[in-house]
Every structure is written in structure tokens, then in C-alpha cells.
Design a protein around this ligand. Structure first.
Ligand SMILES: Cc1ncc(COP(=O)(O)O)c(C=O)c1O
Length: 381
């Protein structure tokens, strides 16, 4: 029996998307970004499915340690680096690569006396994101300091991050690329700029030449999960396939008279007599509470619309176009046939938050890579 609410994860689609990154960036190495539990898909299973990636990136030390304990041998970059000696020790113990972005991290590195094991690092330049990294002359000073650190593996790799690459009309991205390439031009380490939007939208980054070097490594996240980084587009526009589909089922069907309101606070009033369906999915599963009336939902493969507020365990849909629908009938909230990008728009959010937001009670059905068979597992973690 189908569980009340489940996500189906198509691991073959994840592999397909990785191959698609390779098509966009044939000369680059790929650091698959699998932080935040692989954008809600399950970090171990996605790392396993993406074993052809050249490396992985996670946000935090514990995510990297988890991957190592699960047996992954690829280079793993910790994008937030470390904040204390204990975390530095974990990075060394588990052979994780650190992003260096503060003077405090460099001071900790300089104080270390046991330098038998080396720490591989990416030095981060802040080219305009104004989040992590060193700006202008501080970047060069940090570089020289790391050059003098016995603990640090040489050469030092160089990284920056785009702020607005999803806006192809904003020349900030061009300025970020130029700033970075100018700053690193005499440094021998490997370098990396591009996230998904950079890979798809900014060709100079992916096809780095001797001067345009910013792209030794690309760092795709969202596109690996089949989504478009550009507003108004969907993954399929770029040859990507959704990895996650969120499924549920109808649990009740009833008729409501014209003039009646539906759900909490009565935000939806039926203009005509309405056959109403109740679906067993809600914000307690990760279906965003701010999804507005009018958002599409697939019932028996056909589009109907969400009406009324999303509650913790249920939503209501207008079934006037499907008068024969019955409790038990299948419902898809996003994924196969219904792009999550479209649902994100109806919820005033971005696909990242929807994918990351699936909760523990939602069952996971994983599609095997070997024979395509489906296997139920307990949760996304
Ligand atoms: C430093 C860094 N690089 C790459 C990525 C991947 O970005 P995207 O998921 O947009 O491809 C992220 C994600 O937030 C990031 O923080």
C-alpha cells in the first residue's frame, strides 16, 4: 500500500543531471554540492548516486565526517571551514578540505605545532557577495600567510561565490569574475567560481582559459537535483530531470455549496457548488504553508487547484474537473509532471526551500540504480 505521504527519489535522474553538468562544463572538475542532507534528498544516497563526481562539498564539518564514516573517499570540501581547534582536528582526522575565510582561522592554523598531517584548503575571496571571504588586499595578505603555514598543504586553492548569477542581465557577475581572475592570476592553485547559475549562464566561467581561469572546478548544487536556478524556467529547459517527487493521496471527497468557505480563516469562498478533495499532505510534511490557492496539484495525473489554507496534515483541492475522484486516488504535489519550481512560485519561495523542507514523517521510496526497482526506506536522512 502507498504510504500517506512519500517522496520518490529517482537516483538515475541524479546521475543524468551530473552528466548534464559535464556537458555544460566539459573541461572542469565537478564538486557536487550535497550540503543540507543533499538539499533534502539524503546525503549518503546522493553521494552514492553521484560517485562519478570529482569531489563533494558540504557546509559543515559534521556533514563531512558523516560522509567519511559512510566510506566516501572522494575529496570533500567543507564550505564553512572551521571555527575552533577541535573542528580543525576533525578536518585533519577525516582528511576534509577547509575553506579559509577569516583571519581567526589563519591565526589558529599558525598556532599549530603538530604539522605532520597537512590540511588542504581553499582560500575564499569575497568578490561582492559580502558573506564569507577576504576582500581586496586582505585576500593577498591571507594568501601569503597561508603560504607560510607549515600545516597547510600547498599550493593553496582559490574560491569565490556568485551573488547574482541567476540574473543574466546583472553585470555584477562579470565584475566578480574579473575581480577574481585578476586577483588569482599569478597564483598556482586550482580555482572555482561557478554554482548552477554560473555553470549554465556564464560560459566564461566554465570554459576557463589561461586568463579566464575561474573554472578549474565547478560547484553545482540545485541543478543536480533537477531544478532550474533561473526564475521563470524549469529544470527540463536545461535538460535536467527532477530527482524528488512528493506524493500523497486523497482521503476524502465532499460537496460544498456556493458561498461556503474552505479551511482555516475561510480564505477561500466557493463561487459555485464545489466538489472538494482533501489530500493527506501539509506543512507537517514540508508542503509549504504559504502555498496559495490556485497552486496546481496533480490528482490522478490531472491538474486541479489548491483552495484554502495549507494546514499541518491536509490540503484541500477543487475537484470540479474530476467528479469521479475517490479517496485513495494518487496525488502528486511536485516532481514528476509538476515542476517544483512552479510550486515554489505559488508559495513565494524558491525550490531550494521546498526540497530541503521535507520532514521526517514522510516516507522515502528510492529507485535503485541497478535495476530501477523501488525500495521503501524510512526517511530522507
Ligand atoms: C559556496 C557555494 N558554492 C556552490 C553552491 C551551490 O549553489 P547552487 O545550488 O545554486 O548550484 C552553494 C549553495 O548555496 C554554495 O554556498
Amino acid at each position: 500500500m502507498m504510504p500517506a505521504a512519500c517522496v520518490r527519489l529517482d537516483l538515475e535522474a541524479a546521475r543524468h543531471n551530473l552528466a548534464q553538468v559535464k556537458r555544460y562544463a566539459p573541461d572542469n572538475k565537478i564538486m557536487a554540492v550535497i550540503k543540507a542532507n543533499a538539499y533534502g534528498h539524503g546525503i549518503d544516497r546522493i553521494a552514492g548516486a553521484l560517485d562519478l563526481a570529482d569531489g563533494f562539498a558540504v557546509a559543515r564539518v559534521d556533514e563531512g565526517v558523516r560522509l567519511r564514516k559512510a566510506g566516501f573517499k572522494q575529496p570533500i570540501t567543507v564550505l564553512q571551514g572551521f571555527v575552533c581547534v577541535d573542528e580543525l582536528q576533525q578536518l585533519l582526522n577525516f582528511q576534509l578540505t577547509a575553506v579559509i575565510h577569516t583571519p581567526q582561522q589563519i591565526a589558529i592554523l599558525q598556532q599549530q605545532t603538530d604539522v605532520q598531517r597537512k590540511l588542504s584548503v581553499w582560500l575564499k575571496m569575497d568578490t561582492g557577495m559580502n558573506r564569507l571571504g577576504f576582500k581586496g588586499p586582505d585576500f593577498n595578505i591571507a594568501y601569503q600567510q597561508l603560504r607560510g603555514c607549515a600545516l597547510v598543504e600547498q599550493p593553496i586553492n582559490l574560491v569565490t561565490h556568485f551573488a547574482n548569477a541567476d540574473d543574466l542581465l546583472d553585470d555584477k557577475t562579470r565584475r566578480q569574475i574579473d575581480l577574481f581572475n585578476e586577483a588569482i592570476k599569478d597564483y598556482p592553485g586550482e580555482c572555482s567560481i561557478a554554482n548552477s547559475a554560473g555553470i549554465i549562464g556564464w560560459p566564461n566561467v566554465r570554459f576557463g582559459s589561461a586568463k579566464e581561469r575561474g573554472g578549474d572546478w565547478v560547484r553545482p548544487g540545485l541543478m543536480l537535483y533537477g531544478c532550474s536556478p533561473f526564475a521563470g524556467k524549469i529544470g527540463a529547459d536545461f535538460g535536467l530531470k527532477p530527482v524528488m517527487s512528493l506524493h500523497s493521496r486523497l482521503i476524502a471527497v465532499k460537496d460544498v455549496a456556493a458561498g461556503e468557505t474552505v479551511g482555516y480563516s475561510g480564505t477561500w469562498q466557493c463561487r459555485t457548488p464545489t466538489r472538494l478533495g482533501v489530500v493527506s499532505i501539509g506543512y507537517g510534511d514540508g508542503y509549504h504553508r504559504h502555498t496559495k490557492s490556485g497552486a496546481p496539484v496533480l490528482v490522478n495525473g490531472q491538474r486541479v487547484m489548491l483552495i484554502g489554507r495549507v494546514s499541518m496534515d491536509m490540503i484541500t483541492v477543487d475537484l470540479n474537473s474530476q467528479p469521479d475522484a475517490q479517496p485513495g486516488d494518487p496525488v502528486i504535489l511536485w516532481g514528476d509532471g509538476l515542476p517544483v519550481e512552479e510550486i515554489a512560485r505559488h508559495a513565494d519561495t524558491i525550490p531550494y526551500t521546498l526540497l530541503c523542507g521535507i520532514t521526517q514523517r514522510v516516507q522515502v521510496i528510492e529507485h535503485s540504480l541497478t535495476d530501477g526497482s523501488a525500495q521503501a526506506v524510512t526517511s530522507t536522512s
